[in-house]
Every structure is written in C-alpha cells, then in structure tokens.
Write a protein that binds this ligand. Structure first.
Ligand SMILES: *Cc1c(COP(=O)(O)O)cnc(C)c1O
Length: 520
C-alpha cells in the first residue's frame, strides 16, 4: 500500500484490541490510569526543570530532525513510561526553557503554577467555549474575566470581548470589526450604496513603524493588502509621533481615502515603547476614526502597582489586544480582544442551525461563538481565573514590575559599558544594544560580529538573546520577562557576547589584517 509516497505496512502484526484502546479513554473507570499518567508526566517535567542548567542545548535542526523522523508512528510503544522516556530525546532534552534565568530572547514568559494547574484541569474536562451547551460555567468564567479586563482598561459599561489564541488573532479580529464599521458608515453615507469590494481599495490602517507585523498580515487577510497599512514615524523613544499621525490623517482625507483604524502600540515588540495614547485618542476622536490599542506586551501594566499610569489613554480605545501569555505569566495560549461597544461583535456573528441558531440569542443563551472568529475554542480563561483566585492580580503586577526594573538596570549597565552601544531606554522590559568593534576599519564588521555573537551564544546553550535591526543595522536584544533573572546573569551574558563578538573580529583580522590592525 502506498500513500503520498510512503509505504504503509498493513497492520497484520498489530496487537491493538478494542479493549486496550478503551482503557486509554478518560472516564470514571480510568481515573486511576489518569492519576498515574499525569503524575508520571509531572515527575518527568519536575525532574527536568530541577536539573536544567542551561536555557537550551544549542542543538540544530539538522541534528535533531533524524531523532524525530526516525520514529515509526505506526508502531506505538504501548507504554506510557516508554513514551515518556522517548520524549526526553525528541523534545525535553533540547527544548528551550523560558523559566531559565538566562533565557533573555523573545516575549515568552516563565509561567505561574496556578495557570499550569488550570491548563491540566481545562484539558481534562475539555470544555469548548463556542457554545453554552459545550461549556456552561466555562462561558460565564470567561465572560467574567473579559469584564474584569475591560474594567481594568476602563472601557465603560458597554464593553465586551472574547478570548483568542494570541495577539495576532486579537489584532485581526479588532481590525475586522473596524473594517466592517468603516464599510457600514461609507455605505450609509452614499446615495447608492456601493458593493463591499468596491470600498476595500480606499481603506487604510495607520500604525507606527514600530508596530507589530500582524497589523500588515491582518490587512492582507482582510482583503486590503499590506500596502494599505500606512507607517508613521516614531520619535527617538520609538513612540508614534502625533504630528506625523495628524499629517497622515489629513493626507488621507485630502486624497479621498478612508482610515478604518489607527493602531497604537502599548509596548512595541522591539523597544517596549508605548505610543502617546492620549494624543492619539484625541486625533482619532477628532477624525472619527477607530482607535485600536495593541497592548499584547504592555497589558501587564494593567495590574502593575506602580506603572499603571503608563497606559493612560487606553480607556479611550475602541478595541484593545491583550496577551496574558506575555506579561501575565500565563502559558500559551491566552489572549483577548476587548471592545468599547460590545454591539460591534455582531460582525463576527454567524448563526448556524446546528450550533447557535438565532433563536438561542433571542433567548439570551450565552454562546461565545457569536463573538469569536473561532468555533471550537479552548477554555484558556481558566488559567487566568485560577491565577487571580490563587495569587491575585497584584502579585502578577509585582512580577511584571520586577522585570521592568531589571530592564532599567540592564540599560544603565549598558550605558556605562564601553564595549556596547545601547538604543533607547524601554518603558517595559526590552533592551536593544550592540557590541562595538574597536575603532578603525573593523567597525565595518559590527553587523557580522553581532550576528555571530548571538548565534554562537545560542549554540553554546549558555544563554539565548534575540536580535533585530535598528536603522538597518543588526542589534542584539534582551526581552526580560523572568523575575528570577539577576543583574549578575545579565552581566555574565554581556561578557559572553563580548567574548564571542571579539573572537569573531580577531579571527577575521587573522585572515585580513588590514581590517583590524589593533585586534591582532
Ligand atoms: C507578540 C505581539 C503580537 C502577536 O501576539 P501573538 O500572541 O504572538 O500572536 C502582537 N502585537 C505585539 C505588540 C506583540 O508584542
């Protein structure tokens, strides 16, 4: 037998029996197996985490791929203990560990234990939050958390929203709602309402040059094309310049274009900068334009005991993206989109006879699918619920404050270190910097040396840092989300980076001495 080029052995030697298969189903007769299996899994992870000395082994796709492709998925091991042992080789050994204090790269956080428990509970019960008849209390818990978040933002009495898979999806849904509102308004203003597809080419989205790429992807998915996103300048702090926004708004009006949304970023992914929300809100209100705030990263400030004011102005948004899986220390995935006027969520509503017929809405049966672009949907809200009920919002805020403080300390450290050059100080927890080669011709090697240092560091597994480009030049980046990361950890990582970068320049100079006379 052949399937897509693979030869499939008939299952002649198979020992599977229905009875055995049924013993794996989770139900009242198998709770003991459930207990034992989860305990074994928990023990495996606990043992791993307690003995992990590096954030990463430094493995490469080439080295790891054969381990995984070598597994015959048509020959089960038949035993959980063996499957767990195998997992060590295919996953756990080489996984990237975000709890490790020298993981300083992307916006992935260490996670809090109540949320891990939530994850275990929600997958066992396996509620699906599309309809009340598949979730019951789950729906009400999610709604309560949406209300709680909207209150923290200050969106007012008509606010609503829904949990999503992540900031990308939250941004997409917010912009979908904005597009529908803009099209509705344009159609209402026309003598003969044009067809929707005739309106799309005139729609624009304005975001800063430091905004997240998911804004462009959303534009593409929404039928506008990436070109429909107008990028406005930022100031030295990488915050949107209000005067540049005002200029673009005026230019669009003059050219007969319709701005369907302005996206303000509250915590840019690279720089942790927060756009001037009050000024942007004022300009949006004056122009009658939808204001979306992408607070995927900065949402942790909503619970910060000392820095909530950095989000002032967010309460004037029409929609907001929050990623609990970034600054609320929640496991992936956990995000939400919030809107000031819950009625706009109708643009995501479709009544399917088999699932959520209109008569259910009339009877006020709370079907979350009416508000979501997903159908079957995880009960991710339970993780946040157990987090708030166990440790509380303020404890989460303390953790986030701690990493923001640490980033400020790292920035200070870098400004005083002649080996490095540091870019703008973050309002959140990123630090963007680069190693500087010795003055002279070797300066030209800065880009390569920084790229090399980052890769060599990851390959050593000693630490993981990120990279990005600033004004066309390669930089290194810390995204600090682990309160356990100490100033000493950061100093150590800087030494390692300087060592790798220095070695690169010296090696280059050895073959081309004119590049770097001082380094040889
Ligand atoms: C991470 C991020 C996103 C995307 O969120 P995901 O959860 O990764 O989909 C959007 N906007 C900003 C500002 C982000 O930092």
């Amino acid at each position: 037998m052949s399937f897509r080029g693979h030869t499939v052995e008939p299952s002649a030697g198979s020992t599977a029996t229905l009875e055995d298969a049924r013993s794996h189903l989770f139900n009242d007769r198998t709770v003991e197996r459930y207990r034992e299996s989860l305990r074994a899994g928990v023990e495996t992870v606990a043992a791993k985490v307690s003995t992990t000395t590096r954030p990463f082994t430094g493995t490469t796709p080439d080295r790891l791929a054969p381990e995984i492709s070598g597994i015959d998925l048509d020959r089960p091991l038949g035993d959980l203990a063996e499957a767990l042992a195998e997992l060590e080789d295919v996953y756990l050994r080489d996984a990237v560990y975000f709890h490790h204090p020298r993981y300083l790269a992307h916006l992935n956080c260490p996670v809090v234990i109540p949320a891990l428990l939530g994850e275990a509970v929600l997958t066992a019960v396996n509620s699906s939050l599309d309809t009340w008849d598949q979730s019951a209390g789950g729906t009400l818990i999610e709604r309560r958390l949406i209300d709680w978040t909207a209150e923290r933002i200050g969106l007012g009495p008509d606010a609503d929203g829904v949990f999503t898979s992540g900031g990308t999806q939250s941004n997409l849904q917010a912009l979908l709602l904005a597009r529908e509102e803009a099209c509705t308004a344009l159609a209402a203003a026309a003598d003969t309402p044009p067809a929707k597809h005739e309106l799309l080419p005139q729609l624009r989205i304005i975001a800063s040059e430091a905004s997240h790429f998911s804004v462009k992807k959303s534009a593409k998915l929404l039928g506008l094309g990436m070109d429909a996103v107008i990028s406005v300048e930022t100031d030295r702090g990488r915050r949107m310049k209000p005067e540049a926004l005002a200029r673009e708004l005026a230019r669009c009006t003059a050219e007969g274009l319709t701005v369907m949304a302005v996206v303000a970023t509250a915590g840019t992914t690279d720089f942790g900068s927060i756009d001037p929300l009050p000024e942007i809100a004022g300009l949006c209100a004056a122009a009658g334009v939808w204001m979306h705030v992408d607070a995927a990263y900065g949402c942790g400030l909503l619970v910060s005991p000392t820095r909530r004011h950095l989000l002032d102005g967010i309460e004037r948004a029409d929609s907001v993206t929050v990623d609990y899986h970034k600054s609320f220390f929640q496991p992936v995935s956990s995000s939400a989109v919030l809107v000031r006027d819950g009625a706009v969520l109708r643009h995501a509503t479709y009544h399917a006879d088999y699932l959520n017929p209109a008569r259910m809405a009339e009877r006020r049966i709370p079907n979350q699918v009416d508000k979501s672009i997903q159908t079957t949907r995880r009960f991710d809200a339970l993780k946040l619920w157990l987090t708030l009920r166990t440790m509380g919002a303020e404890a989460v805020g303390l953790l986030f404050d701690e990493v923001v403080d640490r980033a400020a300390a790292a920035w200070e450290m870098l400004t005083e270190d002649p080996r490095f050059e540091v870019v703008t100080k973050s309002q959140l927890s990123t630090v963007v910097f680069r190693w500087l080669p010795p003055a002279g011709p070797a300066r030209d090697l800065a880009d390569e040396a920084n790229l090399y240092a980052r890769e060599a560091l990851a390959a050593s597994g000693e630490a993981v840092v990120a990279g990005t480009k600033v004004d066309g030049r390669h930089h290194l980046k810390f995204t600090l989300l682990n309160p356990e990361t100490t100033v000493d950890d950061i100093a150590h990582v800087l030494d390692l980076l300087a060592e790798h970068a220095g070695r690169y320049v010296n090696d280059r100079a050895a073959v081309a001495p004119e590049l770097c006379p001082t380094a040889v």
